[in-house]
Design a protein around this ligand. Structure first.
Ligand SMILES: [Zn+2]
Length: 975
């Protein structure tokens, strides 16, 4: 029966906190008709939605999320049953009403309900107060006719006007689509916009006949519009239960390639959408995607839930790489295609990595959803964590990049935590849309990744996988908390005799997700031939000690190995020892136990290695003797310790030195072996830290020179034969690579510069060979950077013209980044001003990257800072997203390290705060804190660093025969 509800205008009563909806209504189903007008000067979105709800308590308040939505008509029907999935008759009143509304601006309320609603923009909600209560246990259908906005930035429903104008083609088109995560669905339809609410969705989209409409599910039927020529409706089949943030709709004139994924009788149609000129480059992604989808299905022991899966690129640089919309994954412009001729192996890997992440989300996030944003680390961490296995499966030759990327991610999360001005836990309170958005940070993605890696290491791969399968089976199509996963693991491990009932996975993991940052584990030998282990929090910049005693303690699984039986295998990452909150300090006999034939002295002189293959989210602080033993091992044969572990060891040492816990002398000892062998990955880790130190010693001319001379000692030749497979995969240059084998120290040596310049000029004149061209593209940014620093006007102008061509955005970003290497002020000015050029459509992502990179160039740094300062408002408009200009300022200011810089920055920040009281205080405080800590570091450490560097450089200058000798046995390498 049709039930009329009379709306009573009352003042809206605040009945809950933040922007969460009270749980008095359970949405069950949405029937959405959307008519987006995306072209022209007045884009608009007209919609009609029926929301089937069940009150969990009798209530006369219907509260829904909605932002910038104008409600035009409301109806409420009672006792509606479950509507069948049928092809709507497209001549229903609601379709005619939408056509009238969107094309003629006419509308006439048909429900005859007196309509009004109480808006609460602060909470992004509105409420309909009903005269009569909705009864618990009944089902109601709420109908809403509304208008919403089509945005010009990628939030809610947005549109993009795109042009392609390369040599062969010129085309202008419109692209319309949605981005709902985290809380943007409320800009597209009135809804209960929280991940804990799952509903089914019927979607119908109106669009021009020349365009295709896509949504999460396959197209079901189409029909021409009744009153509007050349327009049509497309309906899509009903979705499974899903949250609003995964909804997706696109309207486009793109073309597509298609393949069928088949397992037994079951098929999934995979379609790859892009502009016609992009289609030939989908080859790589079409090769790896079915393999990775199959791996995911096998791993979670569940089939992909939908009959189709579309992949589409947006014709601009989104502010994110990709979005996992169920059945319709969106990618940033150039992240689906791979041009074998001009893209590098790193590009290929990165694109595969993004696809792997989004495919993992189809299960982690889509099939089972986190019930609230505070737990998003589980979705993002899991999808990041599975990238490694997925890529190994699809690209078996990639033996090292996935692990290297994982380690880099985990270490960048540690760095993020070390530098953040306020403590952030993995699981933290979220009440507002902004807070939900802020959860998508390095902690959720990369610390989440590191914590899951640690968890799998200590429960074992097979137990972990079984728990994943149980979790998927038990909670599919539901929204749950990550605690449910830990409980399943507890069930699993308690059945395992080895663990027994003593292990409490939930408790262990809560110590990591509920406390900010991470622990340092100290490892030292005692005089009695034992090893003492203890834990303490890493000393963060926000200094816990000032707030009373820091009592943070963790459950820490510790993998240990040593020189006698080095084991960095999968089994080797299984914890031998635990440090716990109850037992934070521990003494153990020498590990592994001494054999009868082993002299105690011999064992004591063997190095110990804790946390091999970065198995736990910790840093390890050894005693001085052990650091020396490890240095000696690296000099003797560095390959005994695998690459990931070597890099993590070096990263720990440098980081602990900054915290004042290790001497620089010790750190430089550890990397001394880089003067003997080319160890690309570890060298780049070391150089990152050395560059950081060098930047802070810029004012000390002689120290700066010393740094230059010191880093020239590192080996660059390709001679890392002991690990040739890994190395080849990392670089994968042909043997004929004209840049291979040259001793290019910092790419500024004369020989190297001449070589790169020669190739660049050959490229300008079109006389470059294909092998040379390949070599130039493989390391485009580095090579062009050398050219920009050393070449003249002609080369600059050629690079400028190239940057204006129709390139993929990653190519253009590489070129612009390389161009920031020039030291010519006129050229730098030209590069800065490019952002506001009326003839160049520079996208915000390119601007951000270019400015960030330019600030690394000492010759350009103050120019960048002044430009940001003088063009603050214009940059804010350019970036569109509030806070991006401030983030850019923070990123450029991190290199500042003297008191004048600090004074100047303090003044700038207070001026900005006077103008804009919404400026994020934690970011501005972080900027000033960062400069202060740079100053402190320089005051405290520069003398020590000077002596340590000098000792090594002078040894080299005087050609001391023992200095660069390759140690072939222990006796020739005394400590
Ligand atoms: Zn993700």
């Amino acid at each position: 029966m049709h039930f009329l509800f009379i709306l009573v205008l009352t003042l809206f009563a605040n009945f809950n906190d933040g922007q969460r909806i009270g749980s008095s209504l359970q949405p069950r189903h949405y029937d959405l008709v959307l008519l987006p007008i995306i072209s022209g000067s007045s884009p608009r979105l007209c919609g009609h939605v029926f929301i089937d709800v069940e009150p969990t308590t009798s209530t006369n308040v219907v509260t829904l999320h909605g932002v910038d939505i104008t409600i035009l008509d409301v109806s409420v029907d009672q006792d509606v049953g479950v509507k069948n999935e049928t092809t709507s008759s497209f001549s229903d009143d609601r379709f005619l009403q939408l056509e009238d509304l969107c094309f003629s601006g006419l509308f006439a309320p048909v429900s005859r309900v007196f309509q009004s609603f109480q808006d609460d923009p602060e909470r992004q909600q509105f409420s309909i107060i009903l005269k009569q209560s909705l009864k618990k246990g009944q089902r109601y259908r709420i109908g809403l006719l509304y208008m919403a906005k089509v945005s010009d930035e990628s939030k809610g429903f947005y549109r993009i006007n795109y042009k392609t104008d390369d040599d062969s083609c010129c085309h202008e088109g419109w692209f319309g689509g949605t981005q709902m995560q985290a809380t943007e669905a409320r800009k597209v339809l009135p809804c209960l916009d929280e991940p804990g609410f799952k509903s089914t969705f019927d979607i119908i989209v109106g669009h021009n006949k020349a365009m295709t409409a896509l949504a999460n599910m396959p197209e079901m039927a189409t029909a021409p519009m009744v009153t509007t020529r050349d327009w049509m409706w497309t309906s899509f089949s009903r979705s499974p239960l899903m949250p609003t943030y995964l909804l997706a709709m696109f309207v486009t004139d793109y073309h597509h390639l298609e393949q069928v994924y088949q397992v037994g009788e079951r098929t999934v149609k995979l379609r790859y959408w892009g502009r016609p000129e992009q289609l030939p480059y989908f080859k790589h992604i079409m090769e790896v995607t079915p393999k990775m989808l199959h791996y995911m299905e096998t791993y979670v022991n569940q089939p992909f839930s939908l009959p189709k899966l579309d992949f589409i690129t947006a014709p601009i640089n989104l502010h994110f790489e990709a979005m996992e919309n169920w059945g319709l994954i969106l990618f940033r412009d150039d992240k689906l295609y791979h041009n074998e001729e001009t893209d590098s192996e790193d590009d290929r890997f990165y694109r595969t990595q993004i696809m792997a992440h989004e495919l993992a989300h189809q299960f982690f996030g889509n099939l089972v959803t986190c019930d609230w944003w505070s737990d998003i680390w589980f979705n993002e961490g899991f999808s990041s964590f599975l990238e490694v296995d997925l890529i190994h499966h699809a690209m078996p030759n990639e033996t090292f990049r996935p692990e290297a990327a994982q380690l880099k991610g985990i270490r960048s999360a540690m760095k993020f935590e070390e530098q953040h001005v306020k403590p952030l836990t993995v699981v933290r309170q979220v009440e507002t849309a902004d807070e939900a958005e802020s959860m998508f940070d390095a902690i959720s993605y990369s610390k989440g990744n590191g914590l899951l890696l640690m968890l799998r290491n200590f429960v074992g791969r097979e137990t972990f996988r079984r728990a994943v399968a149980t979790y998927m089976e038990r909670f599919q199509f539901q929204s749950v908390n990550s605690q449910r996963f830990m409980e399943i693991l507890d069930e699993e491990v308690h059945q395992d005799r080895e663990f027994g009932r003593t292990m409490n996975v939930t408790k262990i993991m809560n110590s990591w997700t509920g406390q900010p940052a991470y622990p340092i584990v100290r490892c030292s030998r005692t005089s009695g031939g034992r090893i003492k282990l203890s834990q303490e929090p890493f000393p963060m910049s926000y200094d816990y000690s000032s707030h009373g005693n820091d009592t943070r303690l963790w459950w820490i699984p510790l993998a240990m190995t040593d020189a006698k039986r080095p084991d960095f295998s999968q089994e080797g990452t299984y914890p031998r020892i635990w440090l716990t909150p109850d037992r934070p300090t521990l003494e153990i006999p020498y590990f592994p136990p001494l054999s009868r034939h082993q002299a105690a002295e011999d064992a004591e002189n063997s190095w110990i290695f804790i946390n091999g293959q970065s198995s736990s989210y910790i840093r390890v602080l050894y005693d001085k003797f052990n650091w020396h033993l490890l240095s000696r091992q690296l000099m003797l044969n560095h390959t005994v310790i695998p690459k990931v572990s070597r890099a993590q060891l070096i990263d720990d040492a440098f980081t602990l030195a900054v915290a004042g816990l290790v001497e620089y002398e010790t750190v430089l000892d550890l990397i001394e072996y880089l003067t003997l062998v080319n160890d690309e990955f570890v060298r780049s880790t070391s150089q990152f830290h050395l560059q950081w130190m060098k930047e802070r010693s810029r004012r000390n001319e002689s120290l700066y020179q010393l740094f230059e001379e010191y880093t020239r000692r590192f080996k660059y030749e390709k001679m890392d034969k002991g690990e040739s497979d890994e190395y080849d995969n990392l670089v994968r240059l042909d043997a004929t690579d004209p840049l291979d084998g040259i001793d290019c120290h910092n790419w500024s040596d004369g020989v190297c510069v001449d070589q790169v310049l020669r190739l660049f000029r050959a490229q300008m004149t079109g006389t470059i060979t294909s092998a040379e061209k390949r070599a130039m593209f493989e390391n485009l940014e580095r090579n062009w950077c050398v050219v920009m620093r050393h070449a003249g006007k002609e080369e600059w102008e050629w690079a400028w013209r190239t940057s204006l061509r129709d390139l993929s955005s990653s190519q253009r970003t590489k070129i612009l980044s390389a161009m920031t290497c020039t030291t010519n002020r006129g050229q730098l000015k030209q590069l800065l001003a490019r952002v506001f050029s009326p003839t160049i459509d520079q996208n915000p992502h390119e601007t951000y990257k270019t400015f960030e990179k330019m600030a690394e160039n000492p010759a350009a740094r103050s120019m960048v800072l002044n430009f940001i300062k003088n063009n603050w408002e214009s940059l804010e408009r350019h970036f569109k997203r509030p806070g991006d200009t401030l983030k850019l300022l923070a990123s450029t200011a991190k290199h500042l390290s003297n008191t004048e810089d600090l004074d100047e920055m303090s003044q700038l920040i207070s001026e900005l705060q006077n103008k804009d009281n919404k400026l994020d205080h934690s970011v501005t405080a972080g900027i000033l804190d960062g400069i202060r800590s740079n100053i402190r570091w320089a005051e405290k450490n520069l003398d020590e660093v000077y002596s340590a560097l000098e000792a090594r450089v002078i040894t080299r200058r005087t050609d001391n025969p023992s200095a660069n000798k390759i140690c072939t046995s222990k006796s020739t390498c005394s400590l």
